[in-house]
Write a protein that binds this ligand. Structure first.
Ligand code: ATP
Length: 240
């Protein structure tokens, strides 16, 4: 078997003196969609921030295609092709959709993806080319922030709670768009509190609680464990 694309081992992350992530292990293989599940405050965002160097791990290793990357700057890690789409989306509010995308593309000159292709994948954005980022709905902003990452031709895409704050009907749209995205041979780590959404997209999952991994297995295995879902995800099989 080939090495994982991304391997996190015994990672510890702190905010100041607060020890938030306590020795987590996680691997993602080529082309996989892996979900990281857990309740509010469980440590999902911090795990992603540790991987991309925004909250550099104080202990442990992060290996990308066999090379250690923990300790590199967020820019260096991004340049390697590991792109985080943060929970708060951060589209440029005064720039149009088109400007947001062309700027992202310009920052990744080697990318083979084009802005025109993004309008094919994210059809709603095509009609909003000239709209300012700040005038988009939450769902449209989420699509734009994923499109901005994708136009840079990422090798690994880290999606932090993409459904956060979105109306259910918009979540359905986003799900079908992301289903297309994951067909494009991108390796994805997806954090979610929306368990159903994550199960639709991911084949394997980890559950984190209080900064520690409490389970990892296929999403089918998680689905079968009602008590596990109740204890750590506040849902039961009957809700799904
Ligand atoms: P959410 O669904 O709320 O995003 P999460 O699983 O992503 O939850 P994190 O955001 O990683 O959780 O937070 C993990 C813990 O770290 C929480 O207890 C949170 O209060 C704490 N925390 C988050 N950001 C900071 C910070 N900048 N400084 C100190 N503590 C923080």
């Amino acid at each position: 078997m080939s090495d994982p694309v991304l391997a996190v081992s015994d990672m510890h992350v702190y905010y100041g003196d607060s020890h938030i992530i306590h020795g987590v292990d996680l691997t993602i293989d080529e082309g996989e969609v892996v979900t990281l599940l857990g309740r509010n405050g469980a440590g999902k965002t911090t795990t992603m921030r540790g991987i991309v160097g925004v909250a550099p791990p104080r202990q442990g290793t992060v290996t990308y295609r066999g090379e250690p990357i923990a300790g590199e700057s967020p820019d260096a890690i991004s340049d390697r092709g590991i792109k985080l789409v943060p929970e708060d989306r951060r589209v440029f509010p005064t720039l149009s959709v088109h400007q947001n995308l062309t700027l992202a593309k310009r920052l990744a000159p080697d990318s083979t993806q084009t802005v025109a292709e993004m309008y094919e994948v994210f059809e709603p954005l095509a009609a909003l080319k000239q709209s300012a980022g700040q005038n988009l709905s939450g769902g449209e902003q989420q699509m734009l922030s994923v499109a901005r990452a994708l136009v840079q031709d990422p090798d690994v895409l880290l999606l932090d709670e993409p459904t956060e704050g979105l109306a259910p009907v918009i979540v359905d749209d986003l799900q079908s768009v992301l289903a297309d995205v994951v067909e494009r041979n991108v390796t994805v780590l997806l954090t979610e509190q929306n368990v159903q959404f994550a199960f639709e997209l991911a084949e394997r999952g980890y559950i984190i609680d209080n900064g520690e991994m409490v389970f990892n297995g296929t999403t089918a295995e998680i689905r079968e464990r009602d008590q596990l879902m109740r204890d750590y995800l506040s849902v039961s099989g009957a809700d799904l």
